[in-house]
Design a binder for this molecule. Structure first.
Ligand code: LLP
Length: 416
């Protein structure tokens, strides 16, 4: 359990707040986020990789409070839509420290990004060069996204370094993109980018990507006479979902990637580029806990008042979660159960093989940890269920960061 400590009555404290108390006060389901944990993970990246620029991937969880916290901790921000830019703007996140990503940036995305003066735009295809150049101001910095052909990521849907998926360019196309960018007086190419996949725990994958990317930097120098100053290796650092899984070996990553860059750049007679990393989930995932109330128990199934609308990850990626009883203690023997949601499909399973006390019953509160990343941001209104609030926890105080949806919110858009 991340940072939580068991309090006297069997309740769990996160951010100094008892989870049973939060459930009673704010209702369920609700997403909780431990501010100190988010900040500590920002500092972890900055301390272990002092030479790197650390860019928070806002797709993991984007709201004004979180962007303020990561901004205050000195991180930059990765956005990929006009909506994410609107949140960044509203949080006062400096445009200069923002990177725009996306394989299909719409004209509105590009206009919003340029309107907020984003520091860098990551070009994802050869033909995008013209679309970016047509709107960009003089001196707009860009990077070129390369697919380094490294297989990584915990699931096919989040494996982005291989040639058969939609992101980035082959080396050949990247060199063509470089040529086109060089011909555009308003664009300034500052570096290359790759992101090999998500929930990847093997340090060797990132090291291989680093080596391959230096080879591309060398080709850019050889074929276009350009020595690029930045290398963005993306994010993807795995987080532990279950009590017995390990934290990502960030120290090992730093050592191996640093070593690979020094060695390969030395061999290619290139200066070592400034490293950029883009962690998303590893900044917020373990700071998040979701609270549910048990609605009923039927055989092996413990059904709760949320499900795939607030946690799509088990059904999308086969992700595994853990759950525990909070708010009261129990000395009852434990049994293995499946925690299921309220939605109208059999795949709406939140956590399998969970050991819970036998006396768990309707009205009990369950906490599911490691839900800070890609839960709030992937939430839906399936079955016209309202999306839960996001509650910040800090020094024993719980504060609503994003309020829960109401039926008025749902009906407000239904104007037919
Ligand atoms: N940089 C780029 C360009 C990305 O596309 C992503 C994630 C990241 C950084 C951050 O990756 P992270 O450190 O968070 O793994 N919905 C999926 C994850 C999709 C990730 C998309 N891109 C999930 O819930 O696993």
């Amino acid at each position: 359990w991340p940072r939580g400590t068991v309090a006297g009555a069997g309740d769990l404290l996160v951010g100094g707040v008892a989870l049973g108390v939060v459930a009673a006060r704010f209702g369920t389901p609700s997403y909780l986020l431990d501010e100190a944990d988010v900040r500590a993970r920002c500092r972890w990246f900055r301390e272990v990789l002092p030479e790197a620029e650390v860019v928070y991937a806002g797709k993991a969880l984007s709201c004004r409070a979180v962007l303020r916290w990561v901004g205050e901790e000195g991180l930059s921000l990765d956005v990929c839509s006009a909506g994410e830019i609107a949140v960044a703007r509203s949080a006062g996140f400096p445009g200069e420290r923002i990177l725009l990503h996306g394989n299909a940036k719409t004209p509105d995305d590009l206009k919003a990004a340029i309107g907020w003066g984003v520091g860098r735009i990551v070009v994802d295809s050869v033909d995008e060069v013209d679309r970016v150049a047509a709107l960009a101001p003089a001196g707009q910095r860009v990077l070129v996204r390369v697919t380094p052909d490294v297989e990584a990521g915990a699931h096919r849907a989040i494996s982005t370094g291989v040639p058969w998926q939609k992101f980035g360019m082959s080396v050949q196309d990247a060199l063509e993109a470089v040529r086109r960018i060089a011909a555009r007086p308003n664009l300034r190419l500052v570096g290359l980018h790759c992101h090999i996949g998500s929930q990847e725990r093997r340090v060797a994958s990132y090291e291989l990507a680093a080596r391959r990317m230096v080879a591309v930097l060398a080709r850019v120098r050889d074929e276009h006479g350009l020595v690029l100053e930045e290398l963005d290796l993306g994010g993807g650092f795995a987080v532990p979902h279950l009590p017995d899984s390990d934290e990502f070996d960030l120290g090992g990553y730093a050592a191996r990637v640093r070593g690979a860059l020094r060695y390969e750049c030395g061999r290619a007679r290139l200066p070592v580029p400034r490293l950029v990393v883009e962690p998303g989930r590893s900044v917020v995932a373990n700071a998040g806990v979701t609270l549910y109330r048990v609605v009923g128990v039927k055989g092996p199934f413990v059904a709760v008042d949320g499900g795939m609308s607030d946690n799509a990850r088990p059904s999308l990626y086969g992700a595994r979660y853990h759950a525990r009883l909070v708010g009261r203690g129990s000395t009852a023997p434990r049994r293995k159960v499946t925690v299921v949601g309220r939605h109208c499909e059999a795949g709406d399973v939140l956590a399998e093989d969970v050991l819970l006390p036998e006396d768990v019953h309707a009205g009990d509160v369950l906490a599911v940890p490691c839900t800070g990343a890609y839960h709030h941001s992937l939430a839906s209104n399936y079955n016209q269920v309202c999306r839960p609030p996001l509650i910040g926890l800090r020094d024993g105080v719980a504060t609503v960061l994003v309020r829960g949806e109401t039926e008025e919110d749902l009906l407000g858009r239904d104007v037919g």
